[in-house]
Design a protein around this ligand. Structure first.
Ligand SMILES: Cc1cc2nc3c(=O)[nH]c(=O)nc-3n(C[C@H](O)[C@H](O)[C@H](O)COP(=O)(O)O)c2cc1C
Length: 706
């Protein structure tokens, strides 16, 4: 096998063991353990797939040393009792079986605990709202006003916790792990002690640099005492915290030297503190490898291996930064959620097969960890659902018509085909991709296109028939056993005066994909270009279409107004994205981002609706207090979406076996569409009931997403 990536696939020594390649699974709390923190099959399956996929060094996600005082997520692993060693040892063995070396990250969340929700402990009694963390802000919005409590630990409690970290590490070692990692990043307990912004103690654990470092250094000493000098201890911390008054790269370099002196085996350089969720959980806006410069700088000052992470996706890029000596290992969290087989695919020279993570944070964060659920993924249905890893062949093959070639339709076709069904996709445009393609023209959202390309590649590879520019009627669907409607939602056109005026267009018109000579759309002569808006634009709506139009137009230097019914704009949006987006709307940027900023801040008009649009550009608005106002604009963009059941209802009446998925059924997000599609592809033959003559006797369920 040729090796396109010689640096990625070269071994490296960490402490007393050798890792077969430079690929590291950086810690990811998948919140899938049992309620008592013990390891179960769900956890083992997840990590075993990462090991099978060719990752050389797997660091298990945040595991608590004391579940009574702090769990980072409700489903985190616990290392606080000896009975946990049983499951942990099976976990280590499952990864070792496939040649991976192992570590487990011990983390106490302190102020950021998901559980308990009361009487939280921290170095300081500073009460903070932490947007986007898996802590309890989601449960109690406006938590400060509602009496959130965080109290400063006593000295006795600090020493007690140090002991618990030591005991936890001993259990990890007993379970057969090759090493342990301490979580000193993202504003969790160790980071709270290290951070000059958070740590306001004036005893031996606060104040000066060395006092702030004492907690973590004492933990290292305690681990070495319990586990022996040889047991490798790594540390994860943020190269920059990106918060006024907090740590910068200069101090992080001093910290690296100190850790090396204290016998640390490796450094895992992350970013951010949860007050600023952008750098910590880098949403879609952040370019590949934006945080690597911190590892690069730190690496110049130490000899122990340094790992970099944050939006690493492409093997070519990883090879480059390794070859240039900017890092010793490349670290992936979300990339392995989206595709655990990254390593093997890269090694086999099949990089187009890699389902690159689009950094949407919807499945793995917003709709799981943040709301106290098991981790999921918007684009990989196999996360948390083993049925997708070992797909069973269908007992009976169906001819399936799939109307709509967006993400839901393509996923239904992909899974169904892999199971032996015969799918035909009817797509009304000349190109597969559906609503994802709107993101092609939105700065900062282009990663969405990676997923569209991956799906299109799979459709091609599996030989799925696609009928382009086709909107079938009931009679065209006669020969099919099952019809799946996946044509997306439709733009809402409220019945108000002027809604058809020449200055009015839809978000689809503005965001239309303008990629020319797209390999999936060779006949681009009939591809309409996007509509050009005037200098001042009023966007009416509150969903992805609205947010993306504003992003595109703001970036192009337009004056933008948003009119929304809601009290705040984009309350539905994943919070790390929303945090960055709102900073951009205000004319600023996400911390660490170098992308172009808006010329004019965006004006959001909440709790309001449009009454009338005039050809001359006068738009009349009314708010919830019945106060009327007028805005002068050049263009109005309709950006609300609704589901669309017209075809479904008529097919049902004609006795067709039919199901709706994605936005056509209910307007949600990418995860909704892909999950619907995947589940339908998986269960279609089980849900369709046949009588003794092999005739269909029931219709498909309409609510598929769990
Ligand atoms: C679902 C999820 C869980 C995470 N859990 C942890 C964790 O347990 N410990 C940790 O240090 N970082 C954790 N992170 C942060 C990641 O390790 C990583 O730093 C971040 O996602 C950016 O890197 P990526 O682009 O490779 O995902 C988590 C991130 C996600 C999305």
């Amino acid at each position: 096998m040729s090796n396109n990536y010689p640096h990625v696939f070269s071994p490296i020594r960490i402490g007393n063991f050798t890792v077969p390649n430079r690929i590291c699974h950086v810690p990811t709390d998948i919140s899938s353990a049992n309620a008592d923190g013990s390891v179960n099959d769900r956890v083992i399956t997840y990590y075993e797939e990462v090991a099978k996929g060719g990752c050389g060094f797997i660091i298990i996600g945040a595991s608590t040393p004391d579940k009574k005082t702090g769990r980072p997520t409700v489903g985190c692993i616990a290392v606080d009792e000896d009975p946990m060693i049983m499951g942990l040892s099976e976990l280590a063995a499952a990864m070792h079986r496939h040649g991976a070396k192992t570590s487990l990250q011990i983390q106490h969340p302190g102020r950021q605990a998901a559980w308990p929700r009361k009487d939280l402990i921290s170095p300081t009694d500073m009460v903070v709202d932490i947007p986007g963390s898996a802590g309890h802000e989601v449960v109690y919005t406006d938590s400060m006003a509602k009496g959130k409590q965080i109290r400063a630990m006593t000295i006795e409690e600090i020493y007690d916790l140090i002991e618990k970290f030591g005991e936890g590490a001993w259990r990890v070692q007993q379970a057969g792990f090759d090493s342990v990692e301490l979580h000193g990043a993202h504003g969790y307990m160790i980071a709270q002690f290290m951070s000059p912004y958070v740590n306001k103690r004036n005893d031996r654990f606060g104040g000066s640099f060395i006092n702030r470092m004492r907690f973590v250094l004492e933990i290292i000493t305690r681990i070495k005492y319990k586990c022996g000098e040889d047991f490798p201890v790594g540390i994860r911390y943020s190269g920059e915290e990106w918060l006024e008054g907090s740590r910068t790269l200069d101090e992080s370099i001093e910290i690296a030297k100190l850790f090396e002196e204290h016998g640390a085996a490796f450094l895992d350089i992350s970013a951010g503190i949860f007050e600023v969720p952008g750098p910590t959980m880098d949403p879609m806006y952040y370019p590949e490898g934006w945080n690597t410069y911190t590892a690069d700088e730190i690496k110049k000052h130490v000899k122990i291996p340094v790992i970099t992470s944050h939006t690493l996706r492409n093997p070519d890029y990883c090879e480059k930064i390794l070859a240039e000596g900017k890092t010793d290992m490349v670290g992936f969290s979300r990339q392995f959620i989206a595709d655990p087989y990254w390593g093997n695919k890269a090694k086999a020279g099949k990089k187009e097969e890699i389902r690159r993570c689009i950094s949407c944070l919807v499945g793995c964060w917003q709709e799981s960890l943040m709301i106290k659920r098991h981790m999921r993924c918007a684009i990989n249905p196999a996360v948390g659902d083993e049925r997708f890893i070992h797909l069973e062949k269908a007992e009976q093959s169906y001819k399936m018509a799939i109307v709509g070639g967006g993400p839901g339709g393509m996923e239904a076709a992909r899974i169904a085909t892999l199971r032996g069904h015969e799918a035909t996709i009817f797509e009304k445009s000349g190109e597969l991709g559906g609503a994802i393609l709107y993101c092609c023209t939105v700065p900062g959202k282009n990663k969405m296109r990676w997923y569209a390309d991956w799906q299109r590649e799979q459709v091609k590879k599996l030989g799925i028939e696609v009928k382009y520019r086709s909107e079938p009627k009931a009679e065209d669907l006669n020969g099919f056993d099952v019809v799946i409607l996946a044509a997306g939602g439709k733009v809402s056109r409220p019945d108000i005066p002027g809604v058809d005026a020449s200055i009015v267009c839809t978000f689809e018109d503005v965001l239309r994909c303008s990629v020319k000579n797209c390999e999936y759309y060779p006949k681009d002569k009939d591809k309409e270009p996007p509509v050009e808006c005037g200098e001042t634009v009023l966007v009416w709506g509150d969903h992805f279409g609205a947010a993306d139009v504003v992003e595109k137009l703001g970036n192009a230097g337009k004056h933008v107004y948003i009119v929304t019914n809601n009290r705040e704009f984009a309350a539905w949006m994943e919070p790390c994205h929303k945090d960055v987006m709102m900073k951009r709307f205000a004319g600023g940027n996400g911390e660490g981002l170098k992308s172009k900023t808006f010329k004019y801040p965006v004006t959001i008009i909440p709790q309001s609706t449009v009454l009338e649009i005039n050809e001359t550009g006068e738009v009349k608005i009314v708010n919830s207090k019945f106060e009327k106002s007028t805005i002068h604009t050049d263009t109005v963009v309709l950006a609300a979406v609704e589901s669309n059941h017209t075809l479904y209802d008529s097919l049902l009446k004609q006795g067709v076996v039919v199901s709706e998925i994605g936005d056509q059924k209910k307007v949600r997000n990418l995860r909704g569409a892909v999950t619907d599609g995947a589940r339908l592809g998986l269960t279609v033959d089980r849900d369709v009931q046949m009588n003794a003559n092999n005739e269909v006797i029931t219709r498909l369920p309409t609510d598929i997403t769990l």
